[in-house]
Ligand binder design. Sequence first.
Ligand code: CTP
Length: 397
Amino acid sequence: MNELTGKNILIGVTGGIAAYKVVEVVSRLKKLGAEVRVVMTRAAAEFVAPRTFQEITKNPVSVEMFAGTVNFHVEHIALANFADVVLIAPATANFLAKAAHGIADDLLTTIVLATTAPMMVAPSMNTRMLEHPATQANLKILESRGVKIIDAEIGLLACGTSGKGRLSEPENICAEIVKFFAPKILSGKKILVTAGGTIEPIDPVRFICNRSSGKMGYEIARAAQLHGAEVILISGNATAEVPAGVKFVKVETALEMRAAVLEEYENVDAVIMSAAVSDYRVKNVAAQKIKKSNETLTLELVKNPDILKELGQRKNHQLLVGFAAETENVIEYARGKIAEKNLDFIVANDVSQEGAGFGVDTNIASLINRAGDVESLPKMTKAELAERIIRRVAESI
Ligand code: CTP
């Protein structure tokens, strides 16, 4: 089952050049399983043909108030009742003004007045129009009524200028919708996630790092925040995109990560330690770039603190989740780590398997609890695995 299966989403498209981007929004929502209906203003239909939305949604697209369109007798009421959520994208200044003041002079604005469904608006317009006190006041009115504003982004605008006013990316808009429907199983909880690989300097230009992309941890942070948790993401080196809405703390070395984690530890309900922490660091970091004078070079390494083990020792109320990246005897080694680090459960994976481990979008993992019970999961995306881990966490705190 997809994240939006069984959800009815009504999308109002108003007349802005960014209307074409909403085709992508609709397509993504359909792929996530949603039932989508589109209503366009007449101006929007100048930018994108209603037929485009019709083909993607497999539903008629309504534009005119009195067109007597298919299926519905009193169309604005039927569409208003259909919606579990109403999204207006792009939302023009004109639409925002009408919605803020209850003006209903076309099909879309009539639906907006007639629906009791929650509403989201994604504004898109010229920067000066967006910043105009009238538009800002209208946005405030809508926000005070509980309308979710999906903020416009800064970038190059169709009018040739650069500034705030670009429609939020389709990916972000869809993420907001998914978040809206996600059960808030972690609401009121504070979750600390570590991710990425630590960087251990050798000299001012070189360092020791590892293959971690941070993707697994970032997906966990995203899933936790989707389910209503307040999330702190402490990250070493990573290439994954930081999820919106989390408190993001960037660190480099294992020692920095330890300090950042300990600072938050007392105030969190759970720690999910997915970071690939370097076990060793260079004993004497060179102050200047090391020159290639000798045929061989020996670096002396000293052990880094085991952050998770320390958390296990200091644990009072926190749920502790560790990761075990292994290349052999996966379950046995992982069970050993649960005991050694005083964990509640561990996510164990054989990183030598194809489709698991570093840099790829999928993972093959087993969840093991304190009693040693093993739940072996099939190959799945890191996003899906993150969802499984977060559900486990929610059951346990
Ligand atoms: N970990 C940590 N601090 C370290 C090393 C690891 O907090 N210095 C955490 C990792 O984030 C992970 C867990 O401990 O959640 C297990 O890490 P892993 O590298 O699999 O195991 P190690 O304890 O380092 O043992 P080994 O390398 O010998 O397998």
